[in-house]
Design a protein around this ligand. Structure first.
Ligand code: NAD
Length: 253
């Protein structure tokens, strides 16, 4: 049991990478709270993990504070925060991006991480122990077409991560990010894209390991950074991308 007795709050924990992280942390001994806007899947995930669900839109600081308060009321503290909620939005070149797409992207994908980290770190610093793990993206490392809000928010996570790691290192709180590559999250929007052979060819060519990753492969990294095995790691961005950011897969010549 690698996080025995720890208490974890996972935003965006209803589906995909967040859900896999909830189940992995629970299997390794943590009490887990799922905070998400997707109530049906969130309740199911929380029940599967023997944990609790709290409805929470991370772009609203009051709802985030309530999720943190409910976690502490239910389990006594917060040792682990996983920030997995994000808003991908539509595909627009920046010049065509509606202002509300931009605002929603920043509000959920960046502000949401700030609010949750801000509320949770107060509990963690007071007890002298904690680990915050934020799910960023290779799109924040390398950039991507038609996703200006998402790319901006994801790359800003690295700054927030380093900044909070410096602020809270002496309080026993570690703060790290994970940048997944293309992960098969089973969502209908992605299933639609997967039907297009050109999209699948692009994803495979971009990935040295020649396949999409799985939510469990990101959850493994979440568990590692959340656990004491990563006790000397803070302020880092762990890239888990099958080789996306090191160069393209071999071309056929
Ligand atoms: N799937 C990929 O290829 C990939 C690649 C890189 C990074 N990521 C990142 O991984 C994380 C998880 O994505 P996923 O692929 O598992 O997708 P997902 O859609 O399954 O998970 C996102 C979760 O966040 C929740 N959510 C959305 N808006 C919210 C809000 N305002 N408040 C609270 N919860 C909200 C959704 O309901 C959902 O449960 C995201 O941060 C995403 O940007 C995914």
């Amino acid at each position: 049991m690698r996080v025995e007795g720890r208490v974890a709050l996972v935003t965006g924990g209803s589906t995909g990478i967040g859900r896999a992280s909830v189940l992995r942390l629970a299997r390794e001994g943590a009490s887990v709270v799922v905070a998400d806007i997707n109530d049906a899947d969130g309740e199911e995930t929380a029940t599967s993990a023997g944990g609790r669900f709290v409805h929470c839109d991370v772009s609203d600081p009051e709802q985030v504070q309530r999720a943190v308060d409910e976690t502490v009321a239910a389990f006594g503290t917060i040792d682990i925060l996983v920030n997995s909620a994000a808003f991908l939005g539509g595909a627009f070149p920046a010049g065509d991006m509606p202002d509300d797409e931009w605002r929603r992207g920043i509000a959920v994908t960046l502000d949401g991480i700030f609010y949750a980290s801000k509320c949770a770190v107060q509990v963690m610093a007071a007890q002298g122990r904690g680990s915050i793990v934020s799910i960023a993206s290779v799109e924040g490392v390398a950039g991507a077409a038609k996703h200006a809000a998402y790319v901006t928010a994801k790359s800003a996570i690295f700054g927030l991560t380093r900044s909070m790691a410096i602020d809270y290192g002496t309080s026993g709180v570690r703060v790290n990010a994970i940048s997944p590559g293309i992960i098969d999250n089973g969502r209908p929007e992605q299933a639609e894209l997967k039907k297009d052979p050109e999209v699948m060819r692009f994803w495979r060519e971009m990935t040295v390991l020649d396949r999409m990753g799985t939510p469990d492969e990101i959850a493994n990294a979440v568990l590692f950074l959340a656990s004491d095995e990563a006790s000397y790691i803070t302020g880092q961005n762990l890239i888990v991308d099958g080789g996306w950011t090191i160069g393209h897969a071999p071309l056929p010549w």
